[in-house]
Design a protein around this ligand. Sequence first.
Ligand code: UP5
Ligand code: MG
Length: 194
Amino acid sequence: MSVPKVVFVLGPPGAGKGTQCQKIVEKYGYVHLSAGDLLREERAKPGSQFGELIENYIREGKIVPVEITCSLLEKAMESSGKEKFLIDGFPRSQNNLDGWNNTVAKRVKLLFVLYFDCPLETCTERCLARGAAGSGRSDDNVESLNKRVQTFLSETDPIIQHYKKLNLVETVDATKPAEQVFQSVSDIFDKIEA
Ligand code: UP5
Ligand code: MG
């Protein structure tokens, strides 16, 4: 078996990471692992040791300790039996990056970081509209969104800058309609797959 390949997918809350990942899965056959979705699933498990902790972190827009997230990601990678992964919404802090580099990173190849660039106001509007439409997400409200945005600026943006210095970031303008954004995304994946 060859070394599993990973693409990190980053961007502010509501930039469209999940939407675009779904399209990448359909066209390029990657497995989509959203760290946020995995945490929400873990939270929902009856008797989960971490359920309450995860809910508190998510509502407060804070980043869950990396041991929990990394172990969920690694389990999901193993159980998929596949070799190409989109890791969506991770690593979003120095703690995440250190935790990853000390564990899973040694067993996989990071291809690049796909960064969805989008003004924070647009991102916030998208999440609020999703909340108003009944997303059921406990963080799609003004209070949580302000915190999510602050966390993005203070903790996640430095990680994107770190990968930019390593020349590993592919930036996409995420302000356009989803189909147009996916055109730009496809151009990047076509190069990689060629
Ligand atoms: N939409 C999408 N694309 C659009 C477009 N081009 N034009 C107009 N509208 C567009 O999209 C968001 C909304 O916008 C949707 O309604 C969509 O239809 C519309 P989506 O694709 O869901 O965007 P995404 O970037 O995935 O937004 P999401 O809300 O999932 O981003 P977050 O990064 O905030 O959420 P995530 O689930 O990754 O994390 C949630 C929380 O979990 C974090 O705040 C944190 O507390 C915790 N977490 C960790 O602690 N550690 C982790 O590693 C990951 C998460
Ligand atoms: Mg998402």
